[in-house]
Design a protein around this ligand. Sequence first.
Ligand code: ATP
Ligand code: MG
Length: 433
Amino acid sequence: MAEINRAVKGTNDILPADSHNWQFVEGKMLEVAALYGFKEIRVPVFEHTEVFLRSVGDTTDVVQKEMYTFDDKGGRSITLRPELTAGVIRSAIENGLVNGALPVKVCYIGGCYRYEKPQAGRLREFHQFGVECIGAASPNADAEVIALARQVLRSVGIEKISLEINSIGCPECRKEYHKALKEYFSANIEALCGTCKDRLERNPMRILDCKSPICSEIAAKAPVVLDYLCDDCREHFEQVKAHLNAQNIEFTVNPHIVRGLDYYTRTVFEFVSGDIGAQSTVCGGGRYDGLISQMGGPKTASLGFGMGIERLMLVLENQKAELPEAPKTDLYIATMGEKAAIKATALCAALRDEGYKAETDICGRGLKAQMKYADKIGAKFTLVLGDYEIENGNGKLKDMTEGTVTDIKIDEVVEELGEAIRLQIFKNIAEIM
Ligand code: ATP
Ligand code: MG
């Protein structure tokens, strides 16, 4: 197939047959976020490359291997966002949000770009829903953000998903930990991949997140950061757990979670599904108390998460969760002749004004083809208009699911359709009860 007919490797189209599922899921995300006081923020798809180097970290896989970076025509180095936290924080500093009333609670939905090996649940363009809670140091903020993520997952129908949490401490407790890691990995240096050999000096914690099987095997037995937490970090983590318990949120402590981005401190967490194979982390997040000052803003304790929407969709599919049906056309008006087409235009306009989904033929097709189309799109009701119907003002409204036909007055089509739909709803309710 020619390239002009083929999407770029690792990208997906969201087709009209599926887009209502995305609208449903995204609607729930914003709705639940609002319950916790989070408002939507929209930031550009690209930023100065420096924004990601400074925040995500130059020893991470994302920066070393996965970014879409290019020079624009003005010679600036630009990068398509691999995640949204960096851009959101850049915006919060630039627009002075970090100097206003804290905490600033924002959420976002948007595309992310990473040059990765495409496979199920791993794409080059994917979408994230996420939140950032800027200026909240207390452990109940961690529990609140985790609760929000869990409520989003539940609201779309995902009950079966596990929460794993860990604390990776602050720069203070990490000094000792880095020493222990260096010692451990130095003893295994020959077996490490090239990237990790380089990481050993600069950022040994990154080795724990390496995807290469040999490095992962060595990392599995490495010292864990939980054993090196300072008193403050340990107490913070205890309080996070207490606030999770207070909301009956089940979790397991997984001391091996370190997260793939450099900016995390203290609490890190993941929601992991057993249903979608190797790419099992649907949501990942944590605290990043040092990030805002690192990016040139005031020292501001903050935290957030990113949730992969494609992975969430995979879980819904694999758990066979019930999603709302695609919205159907309420009335399709089939027409015969010019006069009928004009009348149908007027009726459709009146119906749409009242909030009904109305359609009529716009292809100049014959009656049979029009009815076939009405059936294909799953129209709930149809009305056939010809010269005869227009002259005597009466028509037949056909209920396409029941097959029943009702005589209606054409000029009262808005009320007649409303009544027919009401009757159908009552009937559905009666059947359920
Ligand atoms: P992984 O370990 O699977 O590579 P990550 O640690 O790189 O994930 P984050 O940067 O924390 O992921 O992004 C948050 C979420 O975004 C992930 O938990 C996942 O659901 C989703 N995600 C990340 N990368 C991709 C991708 N390439 N394709 C689809 N979803 C992704
Ligand atoms: Mg990754």
